[in-house]
Design a protein around this ligand. Structure first.
Ligand code: ADP
Length: 484
């Protein structure tokens, strides 16, 4: 039996992306199609999204009054995938990023914007929108997480879909002032610890975790970690209380977008059998970033420049990295103070360190395909995608042992090297000493080019396509629905 799933999210690649969430939401429909699961994606009508679907995308439903505002639903096909878009310019059509204004402050009405997204999802998944019928609603992160709460407390008039919440990052929870509660249209009993109330506020993610039929996160290790205070960010008690419904499924990568043998961003596409060709990409990186041309390893960072990503610690060891003989290219945006600190480090080390502050997909492909190692010193990392791209592109991941990084990289310790199975390097606790130690270890491995090549080949042969993850999601969907 074909299952019909509504995936509700604030981002979906290639339409709108600020992070890994978009990659996952964009890839799910294709990953699930072989399992007889038809995914429709509901997203906000941000300007980029409206431009992508075009003015001709038909209006299929009118919400005259949804969370105190008016909205239309438009339907479009992106390739073979059905997309539903909430057309409400007063909510989405703004200068700035999806969640923050041009000064980096949260939009003052985020509570309403993402309550509208969730309410529209719940309406679609409970018979309130004629012509639409779903077996399951899959809500991603806090922006969509009120949807299961609406289904639970205030469903539409029809069949009520089952629901799943996926936590892509528990650090972002969507907490809003209690005085907005009456505007959500939830019954009074929803205002309780069992419902949406969270330390005196409305907790969007909390509400979803409380009311969804199942909870997933994006790696088995992170699913364990969030039971503990250090990672649970206040929600560890709730996670523990619902432990039997919590599981972790590692993200996959989309081979249509991330494949080194057919990547338009690479001057020299390559396969595992033509790894020698990769050197042309390294030369292109040197040229593009004004680095010295030599045989020393180039480390790269492609990341949000934030505390979570350990960037405050990494920036402290740049002088050590250079002293050890390495070079570094950083591509990222984030905390202004860190952006300045990285840019200053580049000024100190011309030819050895280059920093580009900005977001650039093609350049991120070139760096994965031309640099030797990707550094990911995250303090926590629910799944992480850049290490998976690194594996596929023979850019050896050097990662902190946490979350999805722990689950996807096999550390080049003595045993793994002896067995020929290592795919990268891991280190514990993010400190300057530990990063310098792992850099030293990386330099040693790189100096033995045969061993380095084995690590690269192992990484390229590791299969992190959506093939496996799609199957896990399909199994979960069917078990939530009682295995139809
Ligand atoms: P997170 O979602 O926490 O930021 P992930 O590793 O899960 O981290 O996903 C980050 C995604 O964003 C990856 O696809 C990565 O390549 C991309 N990315 C991050 N920063 C940049 C950048 N400055 N330019 C291009 N792509 C970037």
């Amino acid at each position: 039996m074909t299952l019909s799933v509504l995936s509700v999210a604030s981002e979906a690649f290639p339409l709108i992306k600020t992070g890994g969430l978009a990659d996952v939401v964009g890839a799910l429909p294709e990953a699930l199609a072989p399992h007889d699961i038809a995914v429709t994606t509901l997203i906000p009508g941000f300007p980029k999204v409206m431009r992508a679907i075009g003015e001709d995308a038909p209006r299929v439903h009118h919400f005259p009054h949804i969370i105190g505002t008016e909205a239309w639903l438009r339907e479009a096909m992106i390739g073979t995938h059905r997309l539903l878009v909430i057309d409400a310019p007063q909510l989405w059509e703004r200068e700035g990023l999806p969640y923050v204004d041009t000064d980096g402050n949260d939009w003052h009405d985020n509570w309403r914007r993402f309550a509208v997204l969730a309410r529209a999802g719940a309406d679609l998944a409970s018979g309130a929108v004629p012509g639409y019928d779903f077996d399951l609603l899959h809500a991603h992160d806090w922006q969509a997480a009120l949807a299961p709460a609406f289904l639970h407390y205030a469903p539409g008039p029809g069949k009520v879909a089952k629901s799943i919440v996926t936590i892509h990052n528990i650090a972002f929870q969507g907490s809003f002032a209690a005085h907005h509660f009456p505007d959500l249209g939830l019954p009074p009993e929803a205002w309780s610890v069992e419902g949406v109330e969270y330390y005196g506020q409305i907790g969007y993610l909390k509400a979803g975790l409380r009311t969804a039929d199942a909870i997933t996160t994006v790696s088995p290790t992170y699913a364990e970690e969030i039971h503990r205070a250090r990672y649970g960010m206040g929600l560890e008690g709730l996670i523990a209380a619902r432990a039997e419904c919590v599981s972790g499924i590692v993200n996959g990568i989309d081979p249509a977008i991330w494949s080194p043998k057919a990547d338009a961003a690479l001057p020299a596409p390559f396969t595992v059998d033509t790894l020698d060709d990769r050197i042309a990409n390294k030369r292109a990186v040197e040229q593009a970033f004004g680095l010295d041309e030599d045989d020393s390893p180039i480390f790269t960072v492609i990341s949000r420049l934030t505390w979570q990503k350990g960037m405050d610690v990494l920036v402290e060891v740049i002088d050590d990295l250079v002293a050890l003989g390495g070079r570094l290219v950083v591509l990222g945006t984030g905390d202004p103070a860190l952006e300045i600190a990285f840019a200053t480090a580049a000024l100190r080390h011309p030819g050895r360190v280059a920093v580009r502050i900005g977001y650039d997909e093609p350049v991120s492909h070139l760096l994965q395909g031309g640099c030797d190692a990707i550094l990911i010193p995250s303090r926590f990392e629910p799944c992480g995608l850049t290490q998976l791209y690194g594996l596929a592109y023979a850019c050896v991941p050097v990662v902190a042992r946490t979350g999805g990084l722990a689950d996807t990289i096999i550390d080049a310790n003595e045993a793994a090297l002896a067995m020929g199975v290592a795919t990268g390097l891991q280190f514990d606790t993010v400190t300057t000493d530990n990063i310098v130690a792992v850099l030293r270890r990386t330099m040693r491995l790189y100096a033995d080019q045969d061993q380095w090549r084995t690590i690269q080949v192992n990484g390229m042969n590791a299969d992190y396509s959506w093939h496996h993850s799609g199957r896990h999601y399909a199994e979960l969907y069917r078990s939530v629905l009682g295995n139809p």
